[in-house]
Design a protein around this ligand. Structure first.
Ligand code: FES
Length: 106
């Protein structure tokens, strides 16, 4: 079976602030985009992995991690994994930047 991927334009690169979250809707899912200091853009599910958590766009970005605003969990923007001593994982999305266009590929 051939897997077809869809590339959806979700944001303008110039609208993304370095180290702050930007929420976009993809179908029924909410994705948090983060532009890190080196200019790369990551997309992860905009929902904290903590059962009582909030949204990750309010988190603080440091390097390639976002720190949950409520419980201070440290979540990798690369693979969505929560760092020890906490555990869990959020979904990650493939992001592509072309000129000023930011796409999510699903
Ligand atoms: S509200 Fe997310 S781990 Fe905290």
């Amino acid at each position: 079976m051939i897997e077809t991927k869809t590339r959806t334009l979700v944001a303008n690169y110039s609208d993304l602030q370095v180290r702050s979250g930007y929420s976009v809707k993809m179908n029924d899912e909410e994705v948090a985009l983060f532009k890190v200091t080196n200019g790369k853009v990551y997309g992860i599910e905009n929902r904290s992995p903590h059962p009582k958590g909030g949204v990750l766009t309010e988190g603080l970005v440091s390097g390639e991690y976002v720190f949950c605003p409520v419980y201070d969990w440290k979540i990798s923007l690369v693979d969505g994994k929560v760092q020890a001593p906490d555990e869990g994982q959020v979904k990650t999305y493939q992001v592509e930047v072309e000129a000023d266009n930011v796409y999510i590929i699903i």
